[in-house]
Design a protein around this ligand. Structure first.
Ligand SMILES: [Zn+2]
Length: 233
């Protein structure tokens, strides 16, 4: 992939496959856009119907692998996986589960950066459906409104609970915060471990991936250094 294409997709423009096939795109964890690719009819089916369908198909996968679904330990697995997909690890696909956020006036006129650091999250790689886990650090400067601190964590968790690509997760959290807080002065840094890199593939257990978004005044050398100093302490 050429640098121009990388910049292009970081700006949120969908990229062409550029001569790569779909297997290569997935194996290299390249993302093709900043929006989670969803079908228009994504929510026509009820959660209950989705669970039944996933359970049926997951049982098929297990059977194909040669597992005996009559075994007492395995019997409930298809249902358990279906419930976990819909209610927990992929619940962030459904906009109904988006955290409700109340805005408050910035009464004390605190006009410096506010950082919520080390927000632990669990997500899943959309190319292999295995865990991505890590920490998100988010920062903003109030434009006159503030939100409860726990909401910053909840917004991170909501977007993490999707099949993800780390660059997209970073941008989705940033875009959401800009919209809610009505400011461009938002920064998001994510440091995460991808099990598809450590437990399979190249089996590198020590590497982590860092992605960042610096918007508005955060996109200056001074602010980036100030933010990094807080994060390193
Ligand atoms: Zn992966």
């Amino acid at each position: 992939m050429k640098t121009a294409d990388v910049l292009n997709h970081m700006n949120g423009t969908a990229i062409s496959l550029n001569g790569f096939n779909h297997d290569e795109i997935g194996d290299e964890h390249l993302l093709t856009g900043m929006e989670t690719p969803m079908r228009a009819d994504a929510f026509k089916m009820s959660d209950e119907e989705k669970k039944q369908k996933i359970s049926y198909h997951f049982a098929e996968i297990m059977e194909t692998l040669g597992l005996d679904l009559n075994d007492d330990s395995l019997k409930g697995t298809p249902n358990r996986v279906a419930k976990m997909y819909i209610e927990e690890i992929f619940s962030g696909l459904n906009p109904m589960n988006k955290p409700k956020v109340a805005l408050f006036d910035n009464k004390y006129q605190y006009n410096q950066m506010l950082i919520e650091k080390n927000i632990q999250f669990y997500s899943n790689c959309e190319h292999h459906f295995v865990p991505i886990m890590g920490k998100a650090h988010v920062a903003y400067i109030s434009s006159g409104k503030v939100i409860g601190l726990s909401k910053l964590n909840r917004i991170v968790q909501y977007y993490a609970k999707r099949p993800q690509v780390q660059e997209r997760l970073t941008n989705q959290i940033a875009t959401e915060l800009c919209e809610i807080l009505q400011t461009d002065d938002v920064a998001v840094i994510i440091d995460a471990k991808h099990l598809c890199v450590s437990s399979r593939g190249v089996k590198d257990d020590s590497s982590t991936t860092i992605t960042s978004y610096y918007g508005g005044v955060f996109n200056t050398p001074e602010k980036i250094i100030e933010l990094q100093n807080f994060l390193n302490n």
